[in-house]
Write a protein that binds this ligand. Structure first.
Ligand SMILES: Nc1ncnc2c1ncn2[C@@H]1O[C@H](COP(=O)(O)OP(=O)(O)OP(=O)(O)O)[C@@H](O)[C@H]1O
Ligand SMILES: [Mg+2]
Length: 474
């Protein structure tokens, strides 16, 4: 952050100084909401949560070196007192980003935000100092906290924006107004809370509505292959640029294939030239994410060769997304248990099949340990059935379906596609899956673990990676 004085901060957030001996003292450390993360010179923002009240930790934060507390009431240590701590944090972020004049890139979508944000960050950071959202801190608290880590050096600020309802993205874009806005896709995530895909599109589209006009440099980067995203072109004053497979896309991929390692490889086309890319990430759903990142980098003036090199070297920064680990005994575990939807299930299965190809001749097997895909509404049965069938069509050696109803649909799909005997099994929970796999796995086998977040199937991957590991709740 820029080193603002407590008096300046009080003015920005419209707060009252309490117990502050020196209003000219400056915030020289990070702004934090967890007192354990306080560094010398920090500003500690006290939030009252359901279980803990940050105000109870104010004294501890100052003892640990915080210069002051942003609080909703006096706390007996230096504090700037406001009515609404969240609103004040947002106002501070807005003021800091405005003063720094940092170029903001914001992105949203139903799936792939974090993966794409991590790609954009790694590409842009080669070009100029970049600050980005850590993990998935994409809400009304995480976003200002991230923005407040920008400094005078920062050229690009890459922010993931999440929404669970109408108005959420509008609020976030109000805090850190983006010049470049990227919308990845409109899927079914949180469809229940939104009340339908059109509502999701309405909410995500608030991002492009917030952009400056084309004359003022605003750019909307939209997925040409998603009709609901493409239609957002009519909701923005910004210049629109498309990425994807469609011919009209300015940034496209040609000759997409999966290497034997399960990594997507393609020829990247941009308006200024072409270059070859092989991602270090697994699964072809990352092609779309990589194109989105390339489109943003292109808009920021990066040459195509540099973009291609950066994409080819970018790794996974966030955990449990196609995280590949080889055990000492030669068993490979692919942990993709962070989340799942039909598209990423298919991509993950294809990656698994590609990764198993080389070992198959030597008798090594591929295992798909799958759980339910949540929030699919009426399409749920058909989608689970189709995934079970695809596992068989791709010649995956063993399907282990974990859980209740949806898992039985997965297994039934596999069975109806011609998988008998022990080729596909249905187990009740993670513990049973681990027991089965511990008995059966042989060197050379490749195991994919994937389901929606609520299933918590990472327990299986983690237990398999740690021979002594226990499944939680045992
Ligand atoms: N382009 C994509 N299309 C469909 N699914 C994807 C895509 N990219 C990633 N996924 C899937 O979505 C899961 C979550 O990916 P990621 O964390 O990047 O998304 P997110 O939008 O940030 O999610 P969250 O809403 O939890 O922040 C991945 O594990 C993968 O299964
Ligand atoms: Mg995320």
């Amino acid at each position: 952050m820029i080193a603002l004085s407590l008096a300046e901060i009080a003015e920005i957030v419209g707060g009252q100084a309490h117990d502050i001996p020196d209003p000219a003292a400056r915030i020289t450390g990070p702004v934090v909401i967890d007192s354990r993360e306080v560094k010398p010179g920090s500003l500690f923002a006290a939030f009252a949560g359901e279980r803990v009240d940050g105000h109870d930790y104010a004294v501890r934060a100052v003892e640990a070196g915080a210069a002051a507390v942003l609080a909703a009431r006096p706390v007996g240590v230096p504090a700037i007192v406001v009515d609404d701590v969240q609103g004040a944090l947002g106002a501070l972020a807005r003021a800091v980003v405005e003063r720094l004049g940092t170029d903001v890139v914001a992105l949203t979508g139903s799936a792939g935000k974090t993966s794409t944000k991590d790609l954009i960050a790694q590409v842009l950071d080669r070009h100029a100092p970049t600050v980005w959202t850590p993990g998935s801190l994409n809400n009304e608290i995480g976003l200002p906290l991230t923005a407040l880590t920008a400094t005078g050096e920062t050229r690009h600020l890459v922010l993931e924006m999440g929404a669970r309802g109408i108005g959420h993205i509008r609020y976030l874009t109000g805090l850190t107004p983006p010049r470049i806005g990227l919308v990845l896709n409109v899927g079914t995530a949180h469809i229940g809370e939104f009340g339908g895909r059109e509502q999701i599109a309405r909410a995500k589209g608030e991002l492009v509505e917030s952009l400056p006009s084309a004359e003022d440099g605003g750019v909307a980067v939209l997925n040409a292959d998603d009709p609901l995203v493409r239609a957002m072109a009519s909701r923005t004053k910004a210049r629109v640029t498309l990425f994807g497979e469609a011919d009209e896309a300015a940034v496209r991929a040609e000759n997409v294939r999966l290497t034997d390692a399960g990594r997507p490889s393609f020829r990247l086309h941009t308006p200024t030239g072409c270059s070859d890319v092989t991602l270090r990430l697994y699964g072809e759903h990352h092609v779309s994410n990589a194109l989105a990142a390339a489109a943003v980098a292109h808009e920021l003036g990066m040459p195509v060769d540099e973009i291609a090199t950066a994409l080819s070297e970018a790794g996974s920064l966030s955990r449990w997304r196609m995280e590949v680990t080889e055990r000492p005994d030669g068993v490979t575990i692919v942990n993709d248990a962070y989340n799942a939807n039909p598209e990423s299930m298919r991509a993950a299965l294809r990656a698994l099949a590609a990764m198993g190809r080389a070992g198959q001749a030597r008798g090594a097997r591929t295992w798909a340990v799958l759980g339910k895909m949540a929030e699919l509404g009426d399409a749920s049965l058909a989608e689970h059935d189709a995934v079970g069938r695809l596992a068989v069509r791709l010649n995956v050696s063993k399907l282990v379906a974990v859980g209740d109803r949806e898992a039985s649909w997965l297994q039934l799909g596999a069975y109806n596609e011609g998988s008998w005997g022990e080729e596909s099994v249905h187990v009740s929970d993670a513990r049973a899956a681990v027991d089965l796999l511990r008995r059966e796995l042989r060197p050379g086998d490749v195991v994919l673990v994937k389901a929606s977040r609520s299933v918590g199937l990472e327990q299986v991957a983690l237990a398999l990676l740690d021979a002594e590991g226990e499944v939680a709740g045992r």
